[in-house]
Design a protein around this ligand. Structure first.
Ligand code: GDP
Length: 364
């Protein structure tokens, strides 16, 4: 399944954040017994107020959220692309993820050593991104070499080699692959094959202290500015505080957030932003046994969405009965929606929308 890799220099708060995510996983683990537990992976429920609203209307026995997977990629240091630290293994782990959460230290604390002896978010980001670019350069170099050998037998490769070389020049100037632009028709194919690390979407995560939660400091401004320049997502969080927060009961938790004048914890923001960055959306099933969010890709059609529940549902798909979330809430039940004529019957070409409340009909 799709996952987000957590990267950043040592001592910036990655493990602390990952522990908080793991706690969020374990708090709900009864509902996710189907997930295999891996030490460096957290399968975290996506907060979604709409599920609570639906549950309030339907009174189900249980509520199940969508999930998003985070992978802890510890050990990325300067020189990783040359095999320093545990270099190559970690780069291989990042390559398998679909998006990156880049944690950046934005707090002062003399008790927490910084690997470069000072707090400087933009320099830190550059150190990590340089390693990732160098790793991509190696992959691209190998590919160009192989394509040039194959060119004699396959002249059709010429446009692909040409755009690969332009991309190489771009990386050589220390630019990430994500900012490379070209009209070449061969580019999408090349990028698909290479799965470059620096082509992935990045969420920049400023790890701040308690003051930084409510007030910008220069570190935070620098990271947000970079994220804006890149067209990337930005989230601020206090990893240490989140780790303490995860265990709290709902009410204490809300009170705590309110005391900081915020409505959503950084952890929840990261989870939601991550889900969105992976191009995922949720549809709902709302039965008396279970109200549940199901994870699909933005753009999936109805049969594919049915297949997430069970492969038989996709194979035997007949039609979907769909109620928009707002209509379900307005009328309060499937029966009422049917009566009011807002339950739509959709066929196999229907493109699912985020928040659809769905009932699939299928042949076995
Ligand atoms: P990693 O090497 O990136 O995984 O960093 P860790 O999560 O192990 O954190 C390194 C140190 O920084 C630990 O001692 C944490 O307790 C501390 N730390 C993490 N987040 C914060 C924070 O928001 N504020 C402060 N003051 N310390 C933090």
């Amino acid at each position: 399944s799709l996952s987000i890799g957590i990267v950043g220099l040592p001592n910036v708060g990655k493990s602390t954040l990952f522990n908080a995510l793991t706690k969020a996983q374990n708090a709900e683990s009864a509902n996710y017994a189907f997930c295999t537990i891996e030490p460096n992976k957290a399968v975290v429920p996506v907060p979604d107020i709409r599920l609570d609203v639906l549950a309030g209307l339907v009174n189900p026995q249980r509520v199940v959220n969508s999930t998003v997977d985070f992978v802890d990629i510890a050990g990325l240091v300067a020189g990783a692309s040359k095999g320093e630290g545990l270099g190559n293994k970690f780069l291989a782990n990042i390559r398998e993820t679909q998006a990156i959460l880049h944690v950046v230290r934005c707090f002062d604390d003399d008790d927490v050593i910084h690997v470069a002896n000072s707090v400087d978010p933009l320099r830190d980001i550059e150190v990590i991104e340089t390693e990732l670019i160098l790793a991509d350069v190696q992959v691209l170099e190998n590919r160009i070499e192989r394509m040039e050998k194959m060119l004699k037998g396959d002249k059709g490769l010429a446009p692909k080699i040409e755009v690969a070389k332009q991309l190489m020049a771009h990386l050589d100037q220390a630019h990430p692959a994500a900012t490379f632009q070209s009209d070449s028709k061969a580019l999408p194919d090349l990028l698909n094959e290479l799965r470059l690390i620096t082509a992935k979407n990045v969420i920049y995560c400023a790890n701040v202290d308690e003051d930084g939660l409510t007030e910008d400091n220069d570190y935070i401004r620098a990271v947000r500015g970079l994220a804006e320049k890149r067209g990337a997502e930005f989230v601020r969080i206090s990893a240490r505080m989140e780790e303490e927060l995860v265990g709290l009961e709902d009410e204490d938790y809300r009170e705590f957030l309110e005391s900081y004048g915020i409505t959503e914890s950084g952890l929840d923001q990261i989870i939601r932003t991550g889900f969105h960055t992976l191009g995922l959306i949720s549809y709902f099933t709302a039965g008396e046994k279970e109200v549940r969010a199901w994870t699909i890709h933005d753009g999936d059609k109805a049969p594919r969405a049915a297949g997430v529940i069970h492969t038989d549902f996709e194979r035997g798909f007949i039609r979907a009965e769909v109620i928009a979330y707002d209509n379900f809430v307005k009328h309060g039940s499937e029966a009422k929606c049917r009566g009011e004529g807002v339950l739509r019957v959709e066929g196999k070409e229907y493109v699912m929308k985020d928040g659809d409340v769905v009932h699939f009909l299928f042949n076995v």
